[in-house]
Design a protein around this ligand. Structure first.
Ligand code: TYD
Length: 141
């Protein structure tokens, strides 16, 4: 689940590019919610949470955004620097998101509606869930 994928780019020299992805085809879940983050100052960090039970896909239609994923054992860094890159993130992954270019936009499609109870916002609490085996093998990086 936790990986970067490249989607198609349909490029027409005179009119530009178009990319798309489809639920249950290009990404492995149905989408119930879309949100986006913008007007974020450069080098500001957002995220800093994990989800108990939520799948998400992140993409950056404009700009450069770095995402650090952490499953409590390993960390991996991904760069969203092209509109045709998607980062899939499942449950049990702590994420830190860094804005690397002015005006960058982060879009997210999620498998469920907003629910604050699904968030783990404290890193030590997250590590305790990992230690308990809450996600079993689901949160591999
Ligand atoms: P949060 O997910 O913590 O954003 P980030 O990880 O980018 O820092 O959300 C920030 C605030 O927005 C928080 O108060 C919850 C609220 N929010 C919603 O009300 N609905 C949503 O769908 C999302 C994603 C956030």
């Amino acid at each position: 689940m936790n990986k970067l994928i490249k989607i198609k780019k349909i490029y027409t020299p005179e009119t530009g590019s178009l990319s798309f992805f489809e639920a249950k085809k290009d990404i492995p879940f149905e989408i119930k919610r879309i949100y986006y983050t913008y007007d974020v100052p450069v080098d500001i960090k957002r995220g800093m949470h994990a989800h108990k039970d939520l799948d998400q896909v992140l993409w950056c239609p404009y700009g450069i955004i770095e995402v650090v994923l952490d499953n409590g054992e390993n960390k991996k860094t991904y760069l969203l620097d092209s509109p045709n890159k998607l980062l899939l993130i499942g449950s049990g992954i702590w994420r830190e998101v860094y804005w690397k270019k002015k005006g960058s936009v982060l879009c997210v499609a999620a498998s469920d509606y907003y629910n604050e109870d699904d968030y783990i916002r404290n890193y030590d609490t997250f590590l305790n869930y990992v230690k308990e085996g809450y996600w079993k093998d689901e949160n591999k990086l």
